[in-house]
Every structure is written in C-alpha cells, then in structure tokens.
Design a protein around this ligand. Structure first.
Ligand SMILES: Cc1cc2nc3c(=O)[nH]c(=O)nc-3n(C[C@H](O)[C@H](O)[C@H](O)COP(=O)(O)OP(=O)(O)OC[C@H]3O[C@@H](n4cnc5c(N)ncnc54)[C@H](O)[C@@H]3O)c2cc1C
Length: 346
C-alpha cells in the first residue's frame, strides 16, 4: 500500500484518483479552489447555471462515451444545436463539419470531476494551495501557502497548468536530484499557454438563432467563441438567454484587468454585431472569468529524459498540456492512464 499525493483536482487529477479507486493505495488531492473540476468549471447565479470554462465534453471516442455512461446518465445533457462559424468580418456561416455529440450535465460540467471523485474514497483537501515540495528519505512532502505540510507521499502527481507546475518545481528541494529537477522544470516551463477572458451576458428574452454556438474560424476576430447556455437543459430559465463569450487570446491579454462593466460592454457590442441583433448590446446582468492559463499551445515531450528520471523518483506530471490537446477528455485520460500505471507499479 502506498500514499499517493495529487496536486490539483481538475480532470487530470480526478482521473488519476478514479483509476486508483479499486487499489489499496491512499490517495490525497490538494486543490487550491473551493471546488473541484479546474478549468471544467460551473457557476450558479440569478437562477442560472453556466459552464464558464470548458463548454462541453465531445464524444471523442468510444472509451470517453463509455466513461460518461459509467459515471451515470442521470442529468447528462447532450447539447442540442450545431456549432457554426464566423470570420474576421463577423459573417456567420453554417458549418459543414460533421456534428458530434456535446455533453455536459444539468448541474454543470463540474459534474465530470465530481462524479469521478465520488467513485473513489480519495481525500480531497480544498482551499489548499501547494507552495513547495521536498524530497526526503525517498518520499515527497508538500507544503501549502498556510505553512501546513502534506505527506509523506510515495508518489506525487502534479496537474496544474504547465506554468504553475513550473513554479512548483522551482520551489522544490531534492538534494540528489538537482539535475533532473532543473531539466524537468525547463521542459515544463517551455510549454506555453494562451489566455482567455470569458464574459457571461444575460438577457431576459429568448434568442431566435439556429445554432448552439459560433466559433471564429479564421482566428482574426476579437471574439473567439459565442455559445448559448440555454441550449443546455437545466441551465437557464425558459424565455431567457445566457451567452458565454470567449474573447480572443490577444484581446484577453490586452483587456485582462479591465473592469467587468467595461469589458462586458466591449464584448456585448462585438457580439451584437456578429449575431446581427442590436438588443444584445444591453445585457441585464454580466459576469466574467479570466483564465490566465486557458489552453496549452504545445505539449510536454513525453520522451524528455527528465520526465522518465522524475518518474523513477515518484514524481509525475499530468494534464492537457502533457496529453498535447486542450480538451477535457484528453486531460481525463492522461490522468487515468497515469493512475493505471501507478496502480500497477506501486
Ligand atoms: C475558456 C475555456 C474553454 C474550454 N472549452 C473546452 C471545451 O469546450 N471542450 C473541451 O474538451 N475542453 C475545453 N477546454 C479545455 C479544458 O477545460 C481543459 O483541457 C481541461 O479542463 C484541463 O484539465 P486539467 O486537469 O489538465 O487542468 P486544470 O483543469 O487546470 O486542473 C488543474 C487544477 O490544479 C489546481 N491548482 C493549480 N495550482 C495549484 C496549486 N499550487 N495547489 C493546488 N491546486 C492547484 C487548479 O485549481 C485546478 O483545479 C476549455 C478551457 C478553457 C479555459
């Protein structure tokens, strides 16, 4: 029996815990936020529920659909309506790409991590932000920002986005592993992320359009994505509209700290123009979320020697930026596969 520590209860961390559910190993997750799910996040307010990070899980393959079914189909929502495109000038076009199933839950996409973890007896320590790591006597200890220690762990899995994982590696003491640590840090630090500011705009009238979402295909518009949360059963009261706008990385970086009202006004004007409906310039309430580390631009090389050397010492990394695709299912499977490896090797 081993003690396994996991930093981050997003989909990769929750997936790893899920894969270890039938073993004798003790699993502890440390999560800086008040809830689990990470970037697959849901918020509630004004009788609405909205996924303000990842919008949905796509039916990427049979194993993903099978996993969703295993987690329980009660409350599972297959979003109705297609994803169309728009271009730099804001012209919307019907997409000819094959429509896929797009899944979330009535209670929101955080259900994915919640259901994975509900199948385990892992301990989840929320509002616990890991600040530094240390290797002593062949085990790992994590110190959080309150100065409390967690561990010792026989294996430690790091799942925050690459820049945050790099910060943790920079704050790691590992006396006889300096070279591995430096090489791992540099490999992780080289994985770049782009920034997205999500704006949430509510209207007390229904929107009569044929799409669930529109995506900026040429990536030249200040708005990257507009989705209608009311297409998800259980998210928005009848007769209302709730738009999720993901602004382009360039706009998001330039306006990351702009006051909410200012950013929402700018987004609403752009959205009204794209959708061709002036009423959309005037939402009756707004909300937002800045995702500094939203989507990885590239992936950590799994062949990097440092990754294998760190694994030999019980230190692992997982997440969408390890899997190489910024997708919920990729993160979950990266975590599950690592959990399975740990289950076999420890
Ligand atoms: C705006 C947006 C839209 C997206 N849309 C989609 C979509 O429609 N479909 C799709 O498939 N994917 C989408 N994605 C991508 C998807 O959300 C991610 O690929 C996936 O959620 C990544 O999971 P993860 O576990 O690798 O990382 P994360 O979800 O980032 O999990 C890492 C966890 O670590 C925690 N953490 C970080 N630092 C510390 C620390 N020091 N101590 C303790 N805990 C810490 C974080 O709070 C977080 O919970 C979107 C992402 C964003 C941001």
């Amino acid at each position: 029996m081993a003690d396994i520590g996991i930093i981050g209860a997003g989909l990769a961390g929750s997936g790893a815990a899920y894969a270890l559910r039938d073993t004798d190993h003790d699993v502890t997750l440390l999560e800086k936020s008040r809830g689990v799910g990470g970037r697959a996040a849901t918020r509630r307010g004004n009788d609405c529920r909205y996924d303000h990070g990842a919008n949905y899980v796509k039916d990427a393959d049979d194993r993903t659909v099978g996993l969703l079914e295993d987690l329980g189909t009660d409350g599972l929502v297959d979003i109705d309506g297609p994803v169309w495109t728009f271009d730099e000038s804001g012209d919307i076009a019907a997409s000819d790409r094959q429509e896929e199933h797009k899944y979330t839950w009535e209670a929101g996409i955080t259900q994915f991590a919640k259901r994975l973890l509900a199948a385990t007896d892992a301990a989840v320590r929320k509002t616990t932000r890991a600040e530094s790591l240390a290797r002593t006597d062949g085990t790992w200890t994590v110190t959080d920002t309150d100065g409390d220690d967690h561990g010792p762990f026989d294996a430690l899995l790091l799942t925050p986005p690459a820049p945050q994982t790099a910060d943790l590696l920079a704050a790691t003491e590992w006396a006889d592993g300096e070279d591995t640590l430096t090489a791992l840090h540099d490999a992780v630090d080289a994985v770049e992320f782009r920034t997205i500011r999500t704006l949430v705009l509510h209207y007390d009238f229904p929107l009569d359009v044929p799409w669930y979402a529109v995506v900026n295909a040429d990536k030249a518009h200040e708005v990257g994505w507009i989705a209608r949360e009311e297409c998800k059963r259980g998210h928005v009261p009848e007769g209302e509209s709730l738009l999720i706008a993901q602004m382009s990385p360039a706009w998001s970086t330039a306006h990351y700290d702009d006051p909410l009202e200012e950013a929402a006004d700018a987004a609403a004007a752009q959205i009204a123009d794209v959708v061709g409906d002036d009423r959309l310039t005037d939402p009756d309430w707004v909300d937002d979320q800045g995702w500094r580390y939203a989507l990885p631009d590239d992936a950590l090389s799994p062949e990097a020697d440092a990754v294998a050397d760190a694994r030999d010492a019980g230190l692992f990394v997982a997440g969408d930026w390890v899997a190489g695709e910024a997708r919920a299912h990729e993160a979950v499977w990266d975590g599950i596969e690592l959990g399975e490896t740990l289950a076999e090797s420890l």
